[in-house]
Design a protein around this ligand. Structure first.
Ligand code: COA
Length: 246
């Protein structure tokens, strides 16, 4: 099957590959529609999502040919921002496996992920001001949360593009992997996630993403529910019995 998003499904994960390689995976309306459809599926049946891009590139940005034609009312509809918020709010973790360019809206989609890893070919940044617009699909609030205000300001106000080493040093990605092992590394992270209790994983994500003013109440309530769960009892009993048998 072809389309702007190639999707491979398994029981515990879904891999979605941005697939417009001749446009360097520029994110157009069809891609956004496909992302919404995927989110609907993952909201109904939560699984880890691995996001990646075809042709050695993650995404070169929003589709500039479409962006040029958009007007004020389109900006107010927040077409990309809305989709990326939906991706970030998926119940299970989102892993972005980044290769080559992750620019503009492509970088913002990556910022919406919970975990970002990359190959050494990564070039990530927000050149929007050079095109006469702002990075309005999450960068102005997500990037300071990820790398801190000073670094976010430098990136967004200059449009400077980081390579993989600098992105790692800044904490924008959490690992660099060989290009031919990048997807395997993303799967290894998904394997670790899959070994844990899915509900505890979802609640950890929820607590991690909750605004400061909701803490510490939110984790207390989430934990209260888990303390009474059959799966917690099963997992802890299994641990204790395994030790007792030694
Ligand atoms: N939107 C629409 N089309 C894009 C695009 C984008 N963001 N990025 C690349 N493309 C298209 C090019 O127009 C070109 O199309 P064509 O073959 O029909 O002429 C094709 O993808 C290949 O791009 P090209 O520039 O030849 O590839 P490259 O490998 O030499 O360079 C980039 C890749 C990403 C450095 C370069 O395409 C680029 O700077 N893109 C725009 C990045 C940007 O400003 N993003 C922010 C948008 S908010």
């Amino acid at each position: 099957m072809t389309g702007p998003l190639l999707i491979e499904r398994a029981d515990d994960r879904v891999v979605a590959m941005l697939n417009r390689p001749d446009k360097r995976n520029a994110i157009d309306q069809d891609t956004i529609d496909a992302l919404h459809a995927l989110c609907a599926e993952l909201e109904a049946a939560p699984r880890t999502l691995i996001l990646t891009g075809a042709g050695g590139v993650f995404a070169s940005g929003a589709d500039i040919a479409q962006l040029r034609e958009r007007r004020a009312e389109d900006a107010r509809r927040a077409i990309n921002a809305t989709a990326f918020i939906r991706v970030s709010e998926l119940p299970m973790p989102v892993i972005a496996a980044l290769e080559g360019y992750a620019l503009g809206g492509g970088a913002e989609l990556a910022y919406a992920a919970d975990i970002r890893i990359a190959s050494a070919t990564l070039k990530i940044g927000n050149p929007e001001t050079g095109l006469g617009i702002i990075a309005a699909a999450g960068a102005t609030w997500r990037l300071p949360e990820i790398v801190g205000g000073a670094r976010a300001a430098e990136l967004l106000l200059t449009g400077r593009v980081l390579d993989a080493d600098e992105a790692l040093a800044w904490g924008l990605i959490s690992g660099i992997h060989p290009a031919d092992g990048l997807l395997a590394a993303a799967h290894a992270i998904a394997d670790r996630i899959a070994a844990n209790d899915p509900l505890a994983t979802q609640y950890t994500k929820r607590a991690l993403r909750a605004p400061r003013h909701e803490h510490p109440v939110i984790e207390r309530e989430l934990q209260a529910e888990l303390f009474d769960s059959a799966e917690k009892m099963r997992r802890m009993t299994e641990f204790l019995e395994r030790r007792a048998r030694r």
